[in-house]
Design a protein around this ligand. Structure first.
Ligand code: UP5
Ligand code: MG
Length: 205
């Protein structure tokens, strides 16, 4: 697809900060397509003919980051699929540009560099932030029903470490470039969304 014709917002924040929840709300109010890197990896892991199934399963359980080539390719393919499915349909994408919320990515510096080199620049990083205590509570609660193999205390602790060591530097990098909108995601979903919506509306009227 034509890489000039997409606008990308990266959505970052710790495990359980509320990235997916807020993205769903944004999709309802703005013409975004939401792509969660974690969801794409889980779908790839479940594809019987995938050569990456075991690699992804282990990384997710251990809270480590899947080699960036795999994730960037999945994202690029998914973006291409969305664009192809919208071809000629004029479903409201403004100025002919496909708008994407890329959720949970880039969570390591090498991914950020690769994506921005091969695909496109991110216009903005939505950064959801709250305490580990809050995130832990949310994830353990979700774990009661989610079936996610990483919603258990051992995996969650490892995810926190990876987030601190690998993902925070990515956020700091974008913050230096003044491309970050930081949002406290401790309050209720509605309260967080009100702030999120305003931050997006400021950029994409
Ligand atoms: N909830 C949400 N907001 C709330 C609020 N304001 N008040 C009260 N409750 C709230 O929310 C989590 C839970 O909290 C839900 O039950 C929700 O109802 C509630 P959610 O919106 O799902 O949070 P989110 O930030 O999306 O949490 P998630 O667990 O998805 O974050 P992770 O970043 O850990 O998971 P992700 O799927 O992105 O990645 C999983 C793994 O995939 C990674 O650990 C890694 O191993 C791998 N991965 C890569 O290797 N590379 C990548 O590029 C991406 C992922
Ligand atoms: Mg998520």
């Amino acid at each position: 697809f034509d890489h000039e014709k997409v606008t990308v917002i990266f959505v970052l924040g710790g495990p359980g900060a509320g990235k997916g929840t807020q993205c769903e709300r944004l999709v309802n109010d703005f013409s975004f397509s939401h792509l969660s890197a974690g969801d794409l990896l889980r779908a790839e892991q479940d594809r019987p003919e995938s050569q990456y199934g075991q690699l992804i399963r282990t990384a997710i359980r251990e809270g480590t980051i899947v080699p960036m080539e795999v994730t960037v390719k999945l994202l690029e393919n998914a973006m291409g699929d969305v664009i192809a499915s919208k071809a000629g349909s004029d479903d409201g994408w403004k100025d002919g540009k496909g708008r994407f919320l890329i959720d949970g990515f880039p969570r390591k510096m090498d991914q950020a560099e690769k994506f921005e080199q091969d695909v496109c620049q991110g216009s903005l990083v939505l950064f959801f932030t709250t305490t580990e205590e809050v995130m832990l509570k949310r994830l353990l609660k979700r774990g009661e029903t989610s079936g996610r193999e990483d919603d258990n205390i051992e995996s969650i602790k490892k995810r926190f470490v990876t987030y601190r060591d690998q993902t925070m530097p990515v956020i700091e990098y974008y913050a230096k470039e003044d491309r970050v909108a930081e949002i406290d995601s401790s309050p209720s979903v509605d309260e967080v969304y009100a702030v999120t919506k305003a931050a997006i509306a400021k950029v994409f009227a």
